[in-house]
Ligand binder design. Structure first.
Ligand SMILES: C[S@@+](CC[C@H](N)C(=O)[O-])C[C@H]1O[C@@H](n2cnc3c(N)ncnc32)[C@H](O)[C@@H]1O
Length: 214
């Protein structure tokens, strides 16, 4: 069954334009992208339809989500979207659905780090540090805490709501993510506000000598 997330629909064009900018220089190449926590599947089919040079591997831990992704692929006839796979991003990369090291040009995680425990953020950065190609990109999207502070008030409320749903969930702190990125051979390359409240951050897998660039 095709699940519908109004939030995913609202963010999809903003995110598409970010991805377009990020991958523009490589748009003459055939690229491979992995989506972690794909949810309904709305984003991945939208991106695939608009960026035919990327083959996407959607994934989610929930069977309901994988069924929805399948339904979106069928309904939209999106080419370049592979069969969704079970992938628990909190697990070591060796358990990431058999994806080899250095196999992805881009990994995206949209509203995943906020809706899961910190072990997922750790897994996302550890795994991406292995699965991304050198200079490959990890794009994370969603609201964050900055130095322990969350603004504006609606993001603070979202953080509280998430923690009520699950005490281990909540907005991750960007400085903690920076450390995680650093210890996995990545660094933050850029950030951009998409919509009015959520921030897209791009992390690049880069040789260690470049880590001090930012
Ligand atoms: C808030 S939803 C976001 C879905 C979609 N990316 C979007 O923005 O519409 C979070 C998704 O992450 C999935 N998820 C949670 N923990 C996960 C994990 N450890 N590994 C992979 N997926 C996970 C959930 O099943 C859910 O589909």
């Amino acid at each position: 069954m095709m699940l519908l997330s109004p939030a995913a629909e609202r963010s999809q064009d903003g995110l598409l334009s970010v991805l377009g900018e990020l991958l523009e220089a490589q748009s003459h190449c055939e690229l491979f992208g992995l989506e972690l926590g794909s949810g309904t599947g709305q984003h991945v089919v939208h991106f695939a339809q608009e960026m035919p040079f990327v083959t996407w591997q959607p994934s989610d831990i929930k069977e309901e989500a994988r069924n929805s992704i399948r339904a979106y692929i069928g309904a939209t006839k999106a080419k370049k979207v592979l069969e969704p796979v079970y992938l628990d991003a909190s697990q070591p990369w060796e358990k990431w659905a058999g994806l080899p090291q250095n196999s992805c040009h881009i990994i995206i995680a949209i509203n995943l780090l906020q809706y899961s425990p910190f072990s997922t953020a750790e897994g996302v950065f550890k795994g991406s540090g292995q699965i991304l190609k050198q200079n490959g990109l990890l794009m994370t999207y969603g609201p964050y805490a900055i130095n322990g502070t969350i603004t504006p008030i609606c993001n603070e409320q979202l953080d509280q709501t998430l923690r009520q749903m699950n005490p281990d969930w909540g907005l991750p702190d960007v400085d903690v993510l920076r450390q995680l990125a650093f210890s996995n051979g990545m660094r933050m390359e850029r950030m951009k506000t998409v919509g009015n409240l959520s921030i897209q951050r791009t992390w690049i897998r880069s040789p260690r000598k470049n880590i001090y660039d930012t």
